[in-house]
Design a protein around this ligand. Structure first.
Ligand code: SF4
Length: 74
């Protein structure tokens, strides 16, 4: 569920810092800009139930956001 994908335990300090430096927020402050419509989003797969981001490791919530948000090229 969503709670599981918010769980960042097990990530290195370095990865947590990277995420923080990009301004990752678990709930987007800009409703139309969300991870799941970002070019850098990695959608969940059969092997990985949470989404991810090409810029850092660990789970990414569909309705999260960061300052590197970029529109997906359709
Ligand atoms: Fe989400 Fe930012 Fe990664 Fe885009 S770049 S998927 S907005 S964390």
């Amino acid at each position: 569920g969503i709670t599981d994908c918010a769980d960042l335990t097990g990530l290195s300090e370095e990865e947590l810092e990277k995420r923080k430096s990009l301004g990752y927020e678990a709930n987007t402050p800009v409703p139309e800009n969300r991870c799941d419509n970002c070019q850098l989003y990695l959608p969940p797969t059969a092997e990985r139930k949470c989404g991810g981001c090409q810029l850092f490791k660990g789970p990414v919530q569909a309705d999260a956001y960061c300052t590197y948000w970029a529109p997906r090229i359709e």
